[in-house]
Design a binder for this molecule. Structure first.
Ligand SMILES: C[S@@+](CC[C@H](N)C(=O)[O-])C[C@H]1O[C@@H](n2cnc3c(N)ncnc32)[C@H](O)[C@@H]1O
Length: 355
């Protein structure tokens, strides 16, 4: 995964996996209940676990499909057949490479992204234009979104192929976004990577005949907990007030392929339908209770951070209501926006809760 995501475990995935392997044997079922970029799920699959990946966000769903649900290179049978009438395919390239080449050569259009998220546009609800993307990149994104939506509506893509293309578009857009860390704000001037032309790349797929062992879900952990049975549940909740749905609104819009009202200076989509209780101190306790009590699982491993809304002592007290707890801690390099004045290191906790 090439993008910076608040709370991503990309830098400490080995520590998390090593702890999981102490607690759960290979071949066991592990739920990654708030999977985000999918880095933990993906590694669990490589280590021979059966994985249940879930998150609230649609982009996360697409990432998990890409990580867990391919056993061979996608063939894009219907789509290749369709585009071969309009576009000269390269016989030395795979169907997937041909589809990505086709998308990279699509005609740019002045659509929703150009209008709402580039300085050339005139947003529907704001006097001032926004600067998330170079206008040429915004038009390219519009062209690619438009054609992927057509392919989808015309049933030229399987569900997994659709997720793969959405994932590839998200990764490429993220590469050229004019942001300091999250999509909460854009930078005043286009800088660095934001000046390069957007290019979709084929994902490096992990291919294995184990896809029936894995399940990908999208929903509120609290609500779906009662449908999940697993040997161990890894929970990596938000630990700050910053709502993911607000901070990654543009990725969610790409993932959904829609054109919501873009509100205010930052152009947020209406995001309350993906509000997380874990970003509100007073709501964490009830949500943890709903998850731990309702899931058919006795072992929980929970990531938390020194930066958390709750102090580690308060979090420990909360969890001790549900069973025995054991805590490991280690120092970790912090996720920071470019302009943040926070210190570079923080303590991360891995809390084992045995129900
Ligand atoms: C700290 S991040 C997880 C990072 C992930 N482990 C990774 O390495 O990329 C927290 C995630 O929890 C998700 N989330 C927040 N509240 C949730 C809820 N109630 N149910 C399911 N997912 C939730 C967010 O969308 C976000 O992706």
């Amino acid at each position: 995964m090439g993008y910076r995501y608040i709370g991503s475990k990309v830098k400490i995935v080995d520590k998390v996996i090593n702890k999981i392997s102490e607690l759960c044997m290979e071949g066991g079922t592990v739920c990654d209940l708030m999977s985000g970029t999918g880095v933990v799920s993906s590694e669990l699959r490589k280590r021979e676990y059966r994985v249940i990946a879930n998150d609230l966000m649609t982009y996360s769903y697409h990432h998990s499909i890409v990580n867990l649900k391919f056993s061979k290179q996608p063939e894009f049978n219907k789509l290749i057949n369709y585009i071969s009438n309009k576009y000269e395919l390269d016989s030395n390239k795979s169907p997937y490479e041909n589809v990505i080449n086709f998308l990279n050569n699509i005609k740019p259009i002045q659509g929703y992204f150009w209008k709402e998220f580039s300085v050339e546009g005139t947003p529907s609800n704001m006097g001032k234009s926004r600067n998330y993307f170079h206008p040429e990149n915004a038009k390219k994104i519009d062209g690619i979104r438009y054609i992927i939506n057509i392919f989808w509506k015309e049933e030229l893509l399987s569900n997994y192929e659709y997720s793969l293309l959405q994932h590839d578009l998200i990764m490429a857009s993220n590469d050229v976004a004019n942001i300091a860390g999250t999509y909460g704000h854009y930078m005043a001037k286009l800088n660095g990577r934001a000046l390069s032309a957007i290019r979709l790349e084929c994902s490096n797929l992990f291919l294995k005949e184990d896809i029936d062992n894995h399940i990908v879900m999208q929903g509120y952990a609290e609500k779906i907990a009662s449908n999940i049975q697993c040997d161990l549940c890894y929970i990596d909740p938000p630990y700050m007030k910053r709502q993911y749905a607000a901070n990654y609104h543009i990725l969610e819009t790409l993932a959904r392929g829609d054109e919501p009202e873009a509100i205010g200076i930052s152009g947020l989509r209406p995001w309350r339908d993906q509000y997380s209780n874990f970003c509100t101190k007073t709501k964490i306790r009830q949500s943890m209770k709903d998850i731990v009590e309702n899931m058919n699982c006795n072992n929980f491993l929970i990531s938390y951070s020194e930066d958390g809304l709750l102090s580690i002592e308060d979090f420990q007290t909360l969890l001790s209501n549900f069973g025995d707890i054991y805590i490991d801690s280690f120092i970790h390099k912090r996720f920071k926006s470019n302009n943040s004045r926070l210190k570079n290191e923080l303590t991360e906790y891995l809390i084992y809760l045995q129900k």
